[in-house]
Design a protein around this ligand. Structure first.
Ligand SMILES: Cc1cc2nc3c(=O)[nH]c(=O)nc-3n(C[C@H](O)[C@H](O)[C@H](O)COP(=O)(O)OP(=O)(O)OC[C@H]3O[C@@H](n4cnc5c(N)ncnc54)[C@H](O)[C@@H]3O)c2cc1C
Length: 225
């Protein structure tokens, strides 16, 4: 990175996991970065569990973020479709949730760098390609050197940049659900605790079960990466 790069003005559209990860890494690298999130807040949690990857822990460590709330298990269990425990093998993993990742990443980015209710509604590149003029609703045009589009799977900015690219339905449907531990029978909790459990579903798909940290969970060290 040259001295002139250090002053790069960067705007990130989208303040979920992708946008925040980019924002945290770029801020840590010394760039002048702002993350714009369309949602006026509070952000709704999306999805259920997320398996913790080493790269995420590295990013959080480098940024001096608070510990990520996680759960962990020591084994992977493949239930026998005919009934019974099936195969169990040693496979330590850590799990977290969208909310835990979001909250931890937010804590690693200064508040004045994250803008809620802030929509990036358009952008133009200068004729020489050296800078960008981004339109932020309510704020007008802002000049930037780099624009990061992290506005999700249905990204409007990707449509602007790559109008011919369309998403194709792959034929898979995923159902996700969570059950609060206090509402589950104790023997069920004990059975699924400390394991990443796989099962073939009668429909032909498969089912995964694991414990994740709940709202306001106390952080615990993740034993991966
Ligand atoms: C219902 C649901 C369940 C999921 N469950 C799981 C799961 O269990 N495990 C898993 O690993 N993944 C799951 N996912 C995948 C999920 O998409 C990722 O975990 C993660 O949220 C993706 O992050 P992202 O930042 O790429 O995109 P998103 O989370 O989609 O974030 C994009 C953000 O950009 C903002 N935005 C959009 N346009 C603009 C704009 N013009 N200006 C400013 N901001 C804008 C949006 O408000 C949004 O917050 C699930 C997704 C959904 C929708």
């Amino acid at each position: 990175m040259s001295d002139s790069d250090a002053t790069l003005r960067i705007r990130v559209a989208g303040g979920s996991i992708g946008g925040l990860s980019a924002g945290v890494a770029l801020h840590r690298a010394g760039f002048d970065v702002h993350v714009h999130e369309r949602n006026p807040g509070p952000m709704e949690t999306r999805g259920a569990g997320i398996v913790v990857q080493g790269e995420l822990l590295q990013l959080l460590r480098n940024a001096g973020a608070p510990p990520l709330p996680t759960t962990s298990c020591r084994v992977r269990r493949y239930l026998d479709p005919a009934g019974g425990d099936g195969r169990v093998q040693r496979a330590p993993r850590a799990f977290t949730s969208w909310e835990a990742i979001y909250t931890t990443l937010r804590a690693a980015l200064p508040v004045d760098r994250y803008h809620m209710g802030s929509v990036l509604s358009g952008f133009e590149q200068s004729p020489d390609g050296a800078s960008i003029s981004a339109t932020i609703e309510g704020q007008g045009r802002v000049a930037a050197d780099v624009l990061v589009c992290a506005d999700g799977a249905q990204s409007e900015n990707r449509r602007r940049l790559l109008p011919d690219v369309a998403s194709n339905y792959a034929g898979d449907v995923a159902w996700r659900g969570t059950l609060d531990e206090v509402d589950a029978p104790a023997d069920l909790v004990a059975y699924f605790d400390d394991a990443f459990t796989y099962s073939e579903a009668r429909s032909g798909g498969h089912i995964l079960v694991y414990l994740i940290p709940g709202e306001g969970a106390v952080p615990s060290p993740a034993n991966v990466g």
